[in-house]
Design a binder for this molecule. Structure first.
Ligand SMILES: [Zn+2]
Length: 115
């Protein structure tokens, strides 16, 4: 499962941050997940709840997922459009010279901690 690796990666990264900053506990993480990032939020949260039990600083950490809309840009006519609706084809000029601007990210936006 794809989500498993990402969850472990994020927990590992945050545990390191907590340790380096002498934080007692990380209580909440705000995570930005793009619509086309291949991460399914419900799977992600299931894995999350299981994985944090094994952590040191994140045993009660709430994970809040913020969905980021997928937007593509057309190189031909310089328009932007919703990727989930039109995929790779520009709805204005029908060009396929388009690329994703946002929507495939998995970013830690911010965290809340107990000091
Ligand atoms: Zn176009």
């Amino acid at each position: 499962m794809h989500e498993l690796g990402i969850v472990f990666h994020i927990i590992e990264k945050l545990e390191k941050v907590a340790k380096e900053n002498n934080v007692k506990e990380i209580t909440k993480v705000n995570l930005e997940i793009g619509e086309v990032s291949l991460v399914i939020p419900s799977y992600f949260l299931d894995v999350w709840k299981w994985a944090i039990k094994k952590s040191t600083y994140m045993k009660n950490c709430e994970c809040n997922i913020i969905r980021i809309e997928a937007i593509s840009f057309c190189e031909e006519c310089k328009e932007t459009f919703k990727t989930t609706k039109f995929a790779k084809i520009c709805p204005k000029c029908l060009s396929n010279k388009t690329y994703l601007v946002t929507g495939d990210e998995v970013n830690i936006k911010d965290i809340e901690v107990l000091e």
